[in-house]
Design a protein around this ligand. Structure first.
Ligand code: SR1
Length: 401
């Protein structure tokens, strides 16, 4: 194709047809524009035999905001390359990239038509027992095999540069770590929560801890992260789950990916009070979410630890005491970043359907207040909460309040 231009549905059809064998000859193609991504154009191209593919194109600005928020289209290259790399280490849980076009900043992927978006499913109190185990495998493999435990110093540095992703990181730096802690115009604060939000702006002790988490986000290139691993970036069905949308990928702290995911389970856990009226269903769903959080961390940490002790290629990092300390630090980061996710999804620019779809505004306000409280507790206590049992005790105490 020629010089960059934003795709029409016809362009998307041509792009999918040219770069995949899936449709074959003489197919009658159709195309619908999907509205599921806040930053990019997303199309589904289908043929008359029920086969389909997804075309995703990066615009030179954030789709959900408009041209006032410019972004480099190079993020499409980063997204394609992160997905390809993650696919290499965990193909069963990473969406398949079929083609990438640098000129058009466009990616062709498999269509996860047989899957549903995890967030929508959790909002509807649906449970998928296999989820945490599979996401733990995704995290352990993608993060371990892109880390210093495997890569040589020069290769790692070259990778860090390749995945610098400055524009997308800046979005996270602002939305996660800055906006919620000041009276920023981008914040979206429901009236019921105004007072609780204002407390964040004057909470110096909390701001000091958030500053540390932000400094680590800026300067701890431990592994090639997905960078935006929330429940809208995971698609799920009865047997499997797949991760999509790696446009925020970069080399950062491992606990950021793990914590973002756990933060989203916790948001849904708290929101269940307003989402699910039937008490038995609600309690079962909350129990399911706690089990998933527990399994996610236990299996992730076991697999990552076992990879470190069995496969580490860097002699100095083979020290087992160092490896234990490393996991302890990932745990503390995980709690801290989960806490930041809870806070920024409650008072920041990018809210989540889990809380926003609670119809009773008083109940929603109460759930949001708990999200802020839990977020603060996780950030402040991330070094003293020694394990999952203590995290569960904290959650239990919060539910009793
Ligand atoms: C302007 S982008 C807002 C948020 O949406 C994405 O999914 C990221 O989480 C980002 O923070």
């Amino acid at each position: 194709m020629s010089q960059y231009h934003s795709f029409t549905t016809d362009d998307a059809m041509r792009f999918a047809d040219e770069h995949s064998e899936l449709f074959g000859e003489h197919s009658k193609l159709s195309c619908e524009k999907l509205g599921e991504d806040s930053l990019n154009l997303v199309f589904r191209v289908s043929n008359d035999k029920g086969r389909s593919l997804i075309v995703k194109q990066a615009l030179p600005y954030a789709y959900c905001v408009g041209e006032s928020w410019p972004l480099t289209t190079d993020r499409a290259r980063i997204e394609a390359e992160v997905l390809l790399k993650h696919s290499k280490y965990c193909p069963q849980h990473t969406v398949e990239v079929l083609h990438f076009d640098a000129e058009q900043a466009a990616i062709l992927t498999e269509d996860l038509k047989e899957y549903r978006m995890l967030r929508t499913e959790l909002v509807a109190a649906k449970a998928y027992p296999h989820l945490a185990e599979q996401l733990a495998a995704y995290l352990a493999n993608t993060l371990y095999y892109t880390s210093d435990f495997v890569l040589t110093g020069p290769t790692k540095k070259q990778q860090v540069v390749r995945f610098m992703n400055a524009d997308m990181c800046l979005i996270t730096e602002d939305l996660y770590f800055t906006d919620p802690y000041c009276n920023h115009e981008r914040n979206q604060i429901h009236p019921e929560l105004r007072q609780a939000a204002q407390q964040l702006w004057h909470d110096e002790a909390l701001q000091a801890e958030v500053a540390q988490l932000k400094a680590d986000f800026l300067s701890k290139p431990q592994a090639l992260l997905h960078g935006n691993l929330h429940s809208s970036s995971v698609f799920v069905n009865d047997d499997n789950c797949k991760v999509i949308a790696a446009g925020f990928g970069f080399y950062g702290p491992i606990g950021f990916d793990v914590g973002s995911l756990i933060g989203n389970f916790l948001l849904n856990y708290l929101a269940q009070v307003g989402l699910t009226a039937d008490m038995t269903t609600r309690q079962a769903q909350q129990q399911y979410l706690l089990q998933q959080i527990d399994t996610l961390w236990q299996q992730f940490s076991q697999q990552f630890s076992s990879l470190m002790s069995n496969e580490c290629r860097e002699p100095a990092l083979q020290n087992s005491l160092y490896q234990q300390r490393f996991m302890q630090q990932v745990w503390a980061d995980t709690l801290g970043y989960a806490g930041c996710e809870l806070i920024r999804r409650t008072v920041g620019l990018a809210h989540v359907a889990d809380l926003d779809s609670i119809s009773d505004s008083t109940v929603r306000g109460a759930c949001e207040a708990k999200a802020l409280q839990l977020g603060r507790d996780l950030i402040m206590q991330r070094h003293s909460l020694a394990n999952m049992t203590q995290l569960m005790q904290l959650l239990h105490a919060l539910s009793q309040r």
